[in-house]
Design a binder for this molecule. Structure first.
Ligand code: ATP
Length: 840
């Protein structure tokens, strides 16, 4: 199936006509068969089933189970004929007899149930296709004839459900006895359900029961291999149907537990590519082993554990998206590689519930977690020493690339050569095997001549149940290719098989390792819970320790849950389809409150994520464009291609936007950082400005003081000169304790002398003005030698500084309220840092 965008070619591809038209206009024989209803086919192929019992082993090594005879059988009377009765889910009563639970061995491979559609698929009513001719030691070969293209008469006739031969109007090949082919089943209806039931379901069930199984589609290009294997959403192919059956099988087998893992690869131009890890650089996938009797190992191939139908579908979808397809002259979406979808199933019997409970889930109150009661105890044969035996089997679902002639495209021709060479090798291997089987020879089989045959070596050598669906293009122009397909089908029918069930005590099996780890973790959790119990501790834990303890228990619990989820049982697998609601979960009331809390939390998270999923699905559903069902195929393809282009564009826009956003984010971070630096700088500047303003303010204050002092000085000078001119100096001196001789102009002289002395005292320290030279006693107390902190005045330039501004006057007599006021300024620090005090 093509899932990547195909390179469109204008010619010579012709879009397929709708199937109903084709059926109506086809060759008479085919038309009558095509028109036949599925139930008519059922009637044509009487159903006869017998129960097949697969033995199990308790041996601690691989045990060879003798080759079984053909799957025999007569139809079971208990088998439901109505599809509704066989549906899974909703507690179908039909399930119990299908997988009887009383005996573990009986429940494994029960071909009584094989014909029952567990998938609930209502597309095919002929689920009763028998297995009369299906031998487990032979390859099962089915032929599917694709509906004819257009109005061309069909080249083939199918006179009964097992025979096909050229039709009478086949001008290329005459309907001779040599050209009459008989196979297990022949399918001409579009519906894949009957083909699946007949050709694949027995192999899926055998796989689930421990046998390797291979189902592959072989045929010319555009004959319908991908349609048969993968199908379409409306008509699912063998792979999706097989997946549903696998989960249905697990659900119907309560005595065992399973672990499923899958991988998806393609062989393109003789190189193996991992479709689940397409971008992984380096060595790629290599085939190792493959010697006589050895299994092949695909090293470097990614395997993903799947736990639900939804998860395995997702893996499938991802892988299909990475397949190489291209438009060829014959098929618009031709598979250019062989693709192999592999599922590995590990299974083992579930242990004795009571023992399992005791060892795994003790609770704080000493009781044990119930929930496993009622399970079967395995027979002693299965209890091998050192552990329980594990069955491992592989199911390979292979969509081969189609054989083709050289095409008009060089690259396609090159691919075609590789495809044809590997198919040729497959044919040679099959011929040699068939011949060896027929003649009892052991001729060399050239498995190693191609990657495909090398990979399939163990299966082709006999250790697998094989089913081949050969697809035929009914057109007259494809007769020779169809003939060679039918000859291949005839040859492969001759290959002898001898599939062995592999059941060993395998401690390396993933299921065993997980189970062991779960048990260890449960043990550790139980120990921690016991330690956490009240009275169990000798000391109280700190709050930090309690948090750590609780975190450790949460981690243990979630790891246990994670691992437990990987192991599938009939109870945990639900209905196999995540899209449908599961059955209500049983609450285990013996769980500790802590465990219940964890359960609750986990459930809430799950609900939340599912709600998100629903929302996004609804959004994408709404975004989907309306497309009428009648729209022709090529229109749909165009629309799909257009949509894919739009998606790619949007993705690149989103990517660009994300990158841009990341850049913008880092820019914003830098801007924020710089902004904070700028703010800090602004703060410093503001502080400095405030400081400068304060300085200015103080300076102004000092200036005002200076002006005031200047005024006072002048007033004083005037007063002194007046005083002297009035000759009052003597009077004053008389009352003074110091006798000063009055003399005209004495006060002015004294003042001038004081001024001189003041200037001179700068370096002398203490200066006392001579009492004789002035009527004013002036004392400059310069005893304070320590410097006071510099004032603004000190910082004022020398020329601005008025020498008189620093003199304090203290009126000795009543002269002066004014003088007294001046005295109040005495505390103003001087430029010299000395406190000058004048007393008069
Ligand atoms: N049984 C069928 N009923 C209806 N349509 C079919 C059927 N088989 C094939 N077709 C259609 O025929 C076309 C070619 O089919 P398909 O791609 O499956 O061929 P193929 O064998 O896988 O080719 P290739 O080898 O080139 O990949 C598809 O469009 C497919 O839908």
């Amino acid at each position: 199936m093509a899932t990547t965008s195909a390179v469109k070619r204008s010619a010579p591809f012709t879009p397929r006509t709708t199937r109903s038209t084709a059926a109506a206009t086809a060759d008479r024989d085919l038309s009558s068969r095509l028109a036949r209803t599925p139930s008519a086919t059922t009637a044509l192929l009487p159903s006869t089933h017998k129960k097949y019992k697969a033995p199990l082993s308790a041996e601690a090594r691989t045990r060879k189970v003798p080759t079984l005879p053909s799957v025999p059988g007569s139809p079971s009377k208990s088998r439901p004929t109505s599809r509704a009765g066989s549906r899974m889910g909703g507690g179908s009563p039909a399930l119990t007899p299908m997988f009887p639970q009383q005996d573990v061995e009986d429940s494994l491979v029960d071909f009584q149930s094989v014909g029952v559609d567990l998938t609930g698929d209502d597309s095919g009513g002929d689920i009763g296709i028998p297995f009369d001719g299906v031998a487990v030691d032979k390859v099962m070969v089915s032929v599917r004839v694709r509906p004819p293209n257009g109005f061309t008469p069909a080249a083939w006739t199918t006179p009964d459900a097992n025979t096909i031969h050229p039709s009478s109007n086949n001008s290329v090949s005459a309907p001779t006895p040599a050209n009459r082919f008989t196979f297990d089943t022949i399918h001409i209806v579009d519906n894949t359900a009957p083909l699946y039931v007949a050709a694949a379901r027995p192999h899926v069930h055998a796989f689930m029961s421990g046998y390797n199984a291979v189902v592959f589609a072989y045929g010319q290009t555009a004959s319908g291999k991908t349609y048969t294997l993968s199908g379409t959403p409306e008509e699912p192919g063998i792979i999706p149907r097989a997946l549903r059956d696998i989960f249905a099988f697990i659900r119907a087998t309560p005595s065992r537990e399973y672990l499923l893992r899958c991988s998806y690869l393609e062989i393109y131009n003789e190189t193996i590519y991992d479709l689940l890890a397409p971008g992984v650089q380096g060595k790629g996938v290599e085939i190792q082993g493959g010697g006589a009797g050895n299994e092949v190992i695909l090293s470097g191939l990614r395997e993903e554990v799947v736990t639900s139908l939804a998860s395995v579908r997702e893996v499938l979808r991802r892988g299909e998206g990475n397949r190489r397809t291209a438009s060829t002259d014959w098929n618009e979406r031709s598979s250019r590689s062989h693709s192999v979808f592999r599922i590995v199933c590990e299974s083992r019997e579930r242990g004795d519930p009571s023992e399992e409970d005791r060892s795994s889930t003790p609770t704080m109150n000493g009781r044990h977690t119930p929930g496993l009661s009622g399970r079967q105890t395995p027979g002693p044969r299965l209890q091998a020493k050192g552990g329980r035996s594990v069955q491992t089997s592989v199911l390979s679902l292979i969509d081969l690339a189609g054989s083709e002639k050289a095409t008009s495209d060089k690259e396609r021709t090159r691919e075609g050569r590789y495809i044809n060479t590997s198919l040729l090798t497959l044919g040679t291997v099959i011929s040699t095997l068939a011949e060896n089987a027929a003649k009892g020879k052991s001729d060399h089989v050239p498995y190693r001549n191609s990657k495909l045959t090398r990979m399939l070596q163990p299966s082709l050598a006999g250790n697998a149940r094989i089913s081949v669906v050969c697809t035929i293009n009914p057109d007259m122009g494809a007769v020779s290719e169809s003939m060679s397909t039918l000859q291949f089908a005839r040859r492969i029918k001759g290959v002898q098989l001898n599939a062995q069930k592999k059941e060993i005590v395998d401690t390396d099996a993933l299921i065993e390792r997980y189970r062991k780890e779960i048990e260890d973790l449960k043990q550790r959790l139980a120990e921690r819970e016991q330690e956490a119990a009240p009275n169990a501790r000798t000391r109280r834990l700190s709050a930090r320790e309690q948090i750590d303890e609780s975190q450790a228990m949460t981690d243990l619990n979630s790891r246990i849950k994670q691992l437990t989820k990987l192991i599938l049982t009939s109870q945990t697998v639900g209905n196999g389809d995540d899209s449908r609601p599961g059955s209500p979960v049983k609450i285990d009331f013996d769980m500790s409150p802590y465990q219940l809390q964890q359960e609750l939390l986990a459930s809430r998270l799950q609900i939340e994520s599912q709600s998100n999923q629903i929302l996004s699905l609804e959004a994408s559903l709404l975004a989907r464009p309306e497309l009428p069902a009648s729209t022709p195929e090529d229109e749909k393809d165009k629309l799909i291609a257009e949509q894919a282009r739009q998606i790619r564009e949007l993705e690149s826009v989103v990517k660009h936007h994300e990158e841009h956003e990341a850049q913008a984010q880092s820019g914003a971070d830098a801007e924020q950082e710089w902004q904070s630096k700028l703010d800090a700088e602004r703060k410093v500047v503001a502080e400095k400005e405030a400081w400068a303003a304060e300085l200015v303010r103080q300076l102004e204050k000092e200036k005002r003081t200076r002006v005031q002092l200047e005024d006072e000085r002048r007033a004083l000078a005037t007063f002194v000169s007046k005083f002297d001119s009035l000759g009052l100096g003597a009077l004053s001196a008389a009352s003074s304790p110091v006798k000063v001789m009055p003399s005209p102009g004495g006060a002015a002289a004294a003042f001038a002398s004081r001024k001189g002395a003041r200037l001179g005292m700068q370096n002398t320290g203490d200066v006392t003005v001579s009492r004789e030279s002035s009527p004013i006693r002036m004392s400059l107390d310069l005893s304070m030698t320590g410097r006071l902190p510099p004032s603004l005045l000190e910082q004022t330039p020398e020329e601005d500084w008025n020498i008189l501004g620093d003199v304090s006057f203290e009126a000795e007599s009543g002269l002066g309220g004014r003088a007294g006021k001046g005295a109040s300024k005495a505390s103003t620090p001087t430029r010299l840092g000395k406190e000058n005090r004048a007393v008069y």
